[in-house]
Design a protein around this ligand. Structure first.
Ligand SMILES: Cc1cc2nc3c(=O)[nH]c(=O)nc-3n(C[C@H](O)[C@H](O)[C@H](O)COP(=O)(O)O)c2cc1C
Length: 229
């Protein structure tokens, strides 16, 4: 064991000690400032993220499966209360997209009755095939953790945002859809979901042919109350 006073031989430890001495807790550098990530690049990634729809994708161009695994790996690192990790994805790729297309179009036809619209049926048949991959987004309820459902849904939304950001970073396109059969109870088993689980929609993915136009947001000051004293 080296004595503690030999800190000069450990530059990182030395700097930490100086920092701890100079700055009270509230002023210390956050892990972000130490992360080595470029703040401006992170801001640009978050702020340039856009939804890109299937009719904007390059027809027939497939994303390598390893990229899809990387997007899913990013999803895996989302936060969740008690670390329940309630996300469950089903990936539809290659001929699997046709299975999704037929399933969702036929279920829609069966369920819509008088409200059936031929163009919606055709769209449900078409959009998976316009994509390279489609992820069905599931929330698998923890049976033991006793977490409010809204928190499990929120955790899955965090996972989907990670996917959105990965898609942006890779220069791909995609969007979260809650259309089609998302809210049909009968759809759940097809995606490996049970009664207590939820289907939260689909993430359509492809290479971008037509980028989405710039968008705007309400200033955050209008959405924020700041209590300073
Ligand atoms: C939970 C959720 C569900 C969505 N469902 C749909 C949808 O069903 N159809 C659609 O066109 N876009 C859907 N979107 C994408 C939004 O239309 C899109 O995020 C919004 O217009 C803002 O555009 P941006 O993502 O490019 O910033 C959904 C987004 C979220 C977060």
């Amino acid at each position: 064991m080296e004595p503690d006073n030999l800190i000069a031989f450990h530059p990182e430890k030395f700097l930490n000690q100086v920092q701890n001495h100079l700055f009270p807790n509230s002023m210390r550098m956050t892990s972000f400032e130490n992360s080595g990530l470029d703040k401006e690049q992170v801001n640009a990634l978050i702020r340039s993220r856009r939804s890109v729809f299937t009719n904007q994708f390059v027809p027939g161009r497939e994303i390598p499966d390893v990229w899809i695994w990387q997007l899913l790996e990013n999803a895996r690192w989302a936060p969740s209360h008690k670390l329940t990790q309630p996300w469950q994805f089903t990936v539809f790729a290659g001929a699997g997209r046709q299975r999704l297309a037929i399933f969702q179009a036929e279920l829609y036809k069966q369920k819509s009755g008088d409200k059936f619209k031929q163009d919606k049926y055709q769209k449900l048949l078409r959009t998976p095939l316009e994509s390279s991959h489609v992820l069905a987004i599931g929330m698998k309820r923890s049976l033991t953790a006793n977490i409010p459902e809204v928190e499990e849904v929120a955790a899955v939304a965090c996972a989907v945002q990670n996917i959105y950001l990965g898609v942006t970073a890779f220069g791909l396109g995609g969007y979260w859809s809650t259309g089609g059969v998302t809210y049909y109870e009968e759809a759940k088993p097809f995606f490996g979901l049970e009664e207590q689980d939820k289907l939260l929609g689909f993430f359509y993915l492809g290479f971008v042919q037509i980028p989405s136009p710039k968008t705007s947001r309400i200033p955050i000051s209008e959405k924020t109350r700041w209590v300073g004293e």
